[in-house]
Each structure stands twice: as structure tokens, then as C-alpha cells.
Design a protein around this ligand. Structure first.
Ligand code: UGB
Length: 643
């Protein structure tokens, strides 16, 4: 006992403190003798920051000592992973919660207006030129996928990037993304004769890290070199119980702090602190492209958007689509302050309506005469020029302005509230001091431009929704409640949007593609187009696709077409059924004549039917493979596929 007392006295004297800090936490005081120098330092910081309650239920020394050690391990992690440590986290939280309680609008003093940016039309000369420019620049690009989110709204048990983007080929999102990056890498190399590997970083979290790694490893990184892929894991942040930012304990373990994700904004500090940005910069990377976990259309928009960035020399280019009022995507907005400052920034969907109402638009977030909101919808696909980005991060360390999500800001429709209720603060009573369930600070990657000087070139590029955006975010029940005319953002709409986009692209290239039929799956009305899919290396940009299809091709509505080879040319194909063509890169295959068979049909399934795998039933349909013509070309050479 004497030696323990000595070590405590020793520890305290080293800290130049008398242990008085622990008087507010008697159970901590009793345990001081068992703590290390570092643990006492952390305990001191916590008590000084008003967190003595964390020790209230601590047992006597000698009981649960391992758990107490684990508690401090967790505190040390939370402290080191947040810029400025836990002290700074608690301080910022207090400020933001005070503002929230007072109902202070984060946009006070700013007036919103509709900004100007580049608006593209798929397939015209401007679009084609931008695509060419984008492919040229791709050799200088690096991609960053933010995939740390739990996908609470989707309610899917696996990681979202493992979900099939479409079930005709069964390609999952991650495979699709990697194959698109590799196709871009090849195309850029061919066009410029300068061949570089495009780096790919994935931000994961404790919820997704191991499963993402496993998905990559068990599939040989989907053809990418493992050294080309870098996983960066974000840490969670402490949850808070009340307006004094009292840290919440895990309801199931009195020695553990409850934590939740901090948001996709962590990506900037992780890229910076890991040294990855500097490495990329030193190896000649010029563009960093950020994207989200489940948008199967995304890479149809990337080449042209990158072309816009390069041509306009944008430091920041946000990809956008026309937005329906109250749709759960942020609005790109020009904000002008009374003091003359102005910026073009995403205003998150729960903030746009109150901001508009507060600035002379009594109807808030509503559609204009076009049937869309005048503010383009942010799809969180950002292209940043690395040089200026790195310079900015040298100042900020990548810290992004955070927010708390109080209910006061969430007016809007019932449907939006339902979708996002997991992230907003519900106060216990009208004193607005404690919360019904714990909350935390969050940050968003699209808030990066908020700290930029007015001289920064911040722009955006709008493309058609059918081409660029079909995320999978909502579970079948919530999706079925989405008001008519608004997008479902479900697995059903995500998959059918891919068939629609591919059909429309082939139509634009001159193929006669059958009209879609209206169907209802999981309570959602969708258009079902022919199930056309291709590997990214077959058709990355429109000019390539045009070269690969002849003028006399037709594909009926009931058809399925799967193209897996790079050099497959549709000459005079008349397809009424299912055709699958696979070929090695050096096999050139001309597809001619009429293919007719019973094909693959789509059958409704109920999302409540647990005999069907979850990744299928969340779509509300499955594919019945009845009859198909399947041809494989494994040798180099010239071939003709003529049934
Ligand atoms: N994500 C992380 O990597 N870490 C986190 O801690 C949280 C998320 P959501 P939400 O484009 O549709 C965004 O939850 O709320 C990843 C934009 O803010 O899908 O719908 C996660 O894995 C909004 O402006 O985002 O809103 C996923 O890949 C609008 O653009 C991504 O972050 C909207 O997306 C997005 O997470 C949209």
C-alpha cells in the first residue's frame, strides 16, 4: 500500500498538482493510486472540462481495473484523433449548442442567391470536348471514396459498397468504381502516351473498415494493384447528453464513452495528417476527386466534370444535378454577407428552407417555373485542385467547421424529418438543456470551401440527373413514402436508373431502344428499361460508345444486353432476348444479326420476404434467367458473332 501511495504522490507531483481536481469526483479520487501519469493527465483534463460525472459510477480500486484502463485507452484515442484534442471538442460543442439553443442561424447576415456555373447537356459538342479534356487530365487525378457511413437510412446489414449496383451483372459498387478508375487510367494513357497509376483512397470507419478490406482482398482488389489503394480509417467522436456538452456514457457499459461518426468532413484532415496529399503532390497529382458510396451513375459524369475543372481552372468544382424542392440533397448557393463577403457553397437540405424563409422568401424551399428548385442539387462529388488544396490544409490541418443538428432547423416536410431524425437533436423539454437521445458534432466534406479566400475559384457543374445521380440511401418503407415526383434514392431506383441511363446513352448513339414500361416494386413506381450494362472499359465516354455502335441496331424493351469485352462492336444487332458477350482485350468482336430468345425476366419480390437475400429483396425484384445467348472470346483475333 505504501508503494502505491508513493507512486500516486509521485505521479501527482510530476504533474505539479495536488489531486484537488479529483475532489469533484470522489470515485476517481479513490482510484487515483492505480492510474498512470498519462491517465491522471487525461482525468484532470476531463474534470476541468466539467466531465466528472464520467467517474460517478466507478467501482473501488481493485474492481474492474481492466475496464478502467480500457476507458482511458478510449479517452486517449478520442483525444488524439480530434484536432486540438477533447478539450477543443467540448469547447466547440458548447459554443455550437449555445447557438443552437438560442436558435441562432449559422447563416445569419447572409443572403442566398442562385449562383452561376457550367451546365452541360449530355452528348453535344461541348460535352464531348469536356470529356476528352477530362480523359487527358485523368492521368493527374487521385480518387477518394468516403465510405465510413453506417447507412442507417438504408437499414442494410452489410457495407453499402458491397451491394450490387445492378443485379443483371451483379457488379458491386466498389468493383464498379475500381473498374471505372482503371478504365480512365488506360484511356488517359492511350490518349496522352503518358501512363501513370491513378491512386485510390477509401475513408472507412470502425463500422466499415474490416469488411471493406475483406471485400477488396477476397476479390484481388478487383484488378487494381493493392499498392494503388489506401484505406484511411476515421475515428468516431464522443456523444453529448446536454447543452453543457456533458459526454455521454455508453448505456451498456459505465466505463465506455458513447461514440458516433463525425461525418464525411473528416476526410480532409485524414488525407492531410496521413501525409497522402503531400505524397500525391510530390508525384505530380493535380486533381483530387471525392465521391460517395452508392452512386452507380457517377463515373458517367466524371470525365466531363474533370474537363470542366481543367478548362476553367476551378480550385473547387462541385458536381450538381437539378434539384427538386425539399429533396434530401444540399443546394449549391451563393451567399452574400451584409459586410460584402460572398461564397458559393452547399447549403444542406435541412438548412435551405429556413434560410430562404428568413431572407424574404416566405415559401421557403420551393420549385420555380422549371419544376425544380432554382438551386442546383449537390451530389457531393467534389473535384479539388491539389496545389491550392494542400496550401489551404497547411493552415487548417483539414479541420472543417462543424455543426449540430437541432430540430429547430428542421422544419420541412414530414418525409425529410423522418429520413434524418437519427441526426437531429430532440430536446427533453422546453428548457432546451438536455437531449432525448445523445448527439455529437458533425462535419461535412463539402464545407471545405467555407474557409477559402474570395480569390479562390469555386465553381460547379450541373448535369442531368438521369446521367449523374442515383444513390441508394433509403429503405423500402421510407422510399415508398417519398412524395410523388421526388426521387426515391432506394435500391430499386438506383438499379433501374442504371438501365435507363445506359438505354438513353445508346439511343443517343443511334440505337433503337424500346420504350420503358412502368412497374411498381416495393411500393415505388419506376420505369423499367431494357437491362443494358457494360464494363467501363467498353464505354467510358460518349465518343467511344458512338464508335462501337452501328446505325442499324435495335434492342427491345424485354431485352438484356451485357457487354464485358473492351472491343465489342454492335453492327447490325437486333436483340429481343438476352445476349452476353465477353472477350479478352485483344479480341475484336463484331456483333451482327438477330438474337431472339426467352431472355431474362423481372419478377416482383416483397422486401419483407426473408427467404430472399437482403441485397435482392430491398430492390423489390429479382432477375429470372430463363434463356440467353452467351459468347466468350478468350483468344486475341477478329471475330464475328452472327447467330
Ligand atoms: N460518410 C463517411 O464516410 N463518414 C461519416 O461519418 C458519414 C458518412 P450520407 P447524406 O449526395 O445524396 C450527403 O449519410 O446525409 C460517407 C451530403 O451531405 O449518405 O445523405 C458515407 O459512407 C448532401 O449534401 O449523406 O448527405 C457516404 O458515402 C447530399 O449531397 C457519404 O459519406 C447527399 O449526400 C454520404 O453519407 C447526396
Amino acid at each position: 500500500m505504501a508503494s502505491t501511495l508513493e507512486s500516486t504522490t509521485d505521479n501527482l507531483s510530476k504533474l505539479d498538482i495536488d489531486g484537488g481536481f479529483a475532489n469533484s469526483a470522489p470515485n476517481l479520487l479513490k482510484n487515483l493510486s492505480t492510474l498512470s501519469f498519462e491517465q491522471i493527465e487525461l482525468a484532470k483534463m476531463l474534470t476541468e472540462m466539467g466531465q466528472s460525472h464520467l467517474f460517478e459510477q466507478w467501482a473501488e480500486p481493485g474492481v474492474d481495473d481492466e475496464e478502467k484502463k480500457a476507458f482511458f485507452d478510449q479517452v486517449a484515442r478520442l483525444n488524439s484523433s480530434y484536432p486540438g484534442g477533447l478539450k477543443s471538442y467540448i469547447k466547440t460543442a458548447r459554443e455550437l449548442l449555445t447557438d443552437s439553443k438560442a436558435g441562432k442561424n449559422p447563416f445569419d447576415g447572409f443572403t442566398p442567391s442562385v449562383p452561376t456555373g457550367e451546365s452541360l447537356t449530355f452528348g453535344n459538342d461541348t460535352f464531348i470536348n469536356y470529356e476528352q479534356e477530362g480523359v487527358k487530365e485523368a492521368k493527374n487525378a487521385a480518387f477518394v471514396l468516403v465510405a465510413g457511413g453506417l447507412g442507417e437510412r438504408l437499414g442494410y446489414n452489410g457495407i453499402k459498397v458491397a451491394l450490387p449496383a445492378e443485379t443483371t451483372s451483379g457488379t458491386c459498387f466498389l468493383q464498379n468504381y475500381i473498374e471505372c478508375i482503371l478504365a480512365l487510367q488506360d484511356a488517359s494513357c492511350q490518349l496522352t502516351q503518358e501512363c501513370k497509376e491513378i491512386p485510390f483512397a477509401i475513408m472507412t470507419s470502425d463500422d466499415t473498415h474490416l469488411r471493406t478490406l475483406e471485400l477488396l482482398e477476397s476479390n484481388s482488389y478487383f484488378g487494381m494493384k493493392p499498392t494503388q489503394v489506401k484505406l484511411l480509417k476515421q475515428e468516431k467522436v464522443a456523444c453529448l447528453d446536454d447543452n453543457d456538452a456533458r459526454i455521454a456514457l455508453d448505456p451498456k457499459n459505465k466505463y465506455r464513452i458513447q461514440t458516433k461518426p463525425h461525418g464525411h468532413g473528416d476526410v480532409h484532415s485524414l488525407l492531410y495528417s496521413s501525409g497522402l496529399l503531400k505524397t500525391w503532390h510530390d508525384t505530380g497529382v493535380r486533381w483530387v476527386l471525392f465521391f460517395q458510396d452508392t452512386n452507380g451513375l457517377l463515373f458517367k459524369a466524371i470525365p466531363a466534370a474533370l474537363g470542366v475543372s481543367a478548362t476553367k481552372q476551378y480550385h473547387v468544382n462541385s458536381l450538381a444535378v437539378p434539384r427538386k424542392a425539399k429533396e434530401a440533397i444540399g443546394g449549391i448557393t451563393k451567399l452574400t454577407h451584409a459586410d460584402g463577403r460572398s461564397m458559393v457553397i452547399n447549403v444542406e437540405y435541412n438548412q435551405l428552407d429556413p434560410l430562404l424563409r428568413a431572407t424574404g422568401h416566405p415559401n421557403g424551399d420551393v420549385n420555380c417555373e422549371t419544376g425544380y428548385s432554382p438551386f442546383p442539387g449537390n451530389i457531393n462529388q467534389l473535384i479539388l485542385e491539389l496545389g491550392p488544396y494542400l496550401e489551404e490544409l497547411k493552415n487548417t490541418g483539414g479541420a472543417i467547421k462543424e455543426f449540430v443538428n437541432p430540430k429547430a432547423l428542421l422544419a420541412l416536410t414530414e418525409y425529410l424529418v423522418q429520413l434524418k431524425c437519427s441526426r437531429m437533436i430532440l430536446y427533453k423539454d422546453s428548457t432546451k438543456s438536455s437531449f432525448k437521445s445523445s448527439s455529437r458534432l458533425e462535419c461535412m466534406m463539402q464545407d471545405y470551401p467555407k474557409t477559402l479566400p474570395p480569390s479562390a475559384r469555386v465553381g460547379f457543374t450541373v448535369m442531368d440527373t438521369w446521367l449523374a445521380y442515383a444513390p441508394v440511401k433509403n429503405n423500402p418503407e421510407d422510399a415508398a413514402k417519398v412524395p410523388k415526383g421526388n426521387p426515391y434514392h432506394s435500391a430499386t431506383s438506383g438499379e433501374t436508373a442504371i438501365y435507363r441511363a445506359n438505354s438513353l446513352i445508346l439511343r443517343k448513339a443511334g440505337v433503337q431502344v424500346g420504350d420503358p414500361v412502368e412497374e411498381v416494386f416495393n411500393g415505388q413506381e419506376v420505369e423499367v428499361w431494357p437491362r443494358i450494362t457494360w464494363k467501363p472499359k467498353w464505354g467510358l465516354i460518349f465518343s467511344d460508345i458512338r464508335k462501337k455502335v452501328g446505325k442499324n441496331c435495335s434492342i427491345s424493351e424485354k431485352s438484356t444486353l451485357v457487354i464485358k469485352g473492351r472491343n465489342v462492336f454492335l453492327e447490325d444487332l437486333s436483340l429481343d432476348g438476352t445476349l452476353i458477350v465477353d472477350a479478352v482485350d485483344k479480341a475484336e468482336v463484331k456483333v451482327e444479326g438477330s438474337v431472339q430468345n426467352k431472355g431474362w425476366t423481372i419478377e416482383s419480390v416483397d422486401y419483407k420476404d426473408t427467404s430472399i437475400p437482403e441485397e435482392i429483396r430491398i430492390r423489390g425484384f429479382k432477375i429470372n434467367k430463363i434463356e440467353q445467348l452467351e459468347k466468350n472470346y478468350n483468344e486475341p483475333g477478329k471475330f464475328s458473332l452472327k447467330p
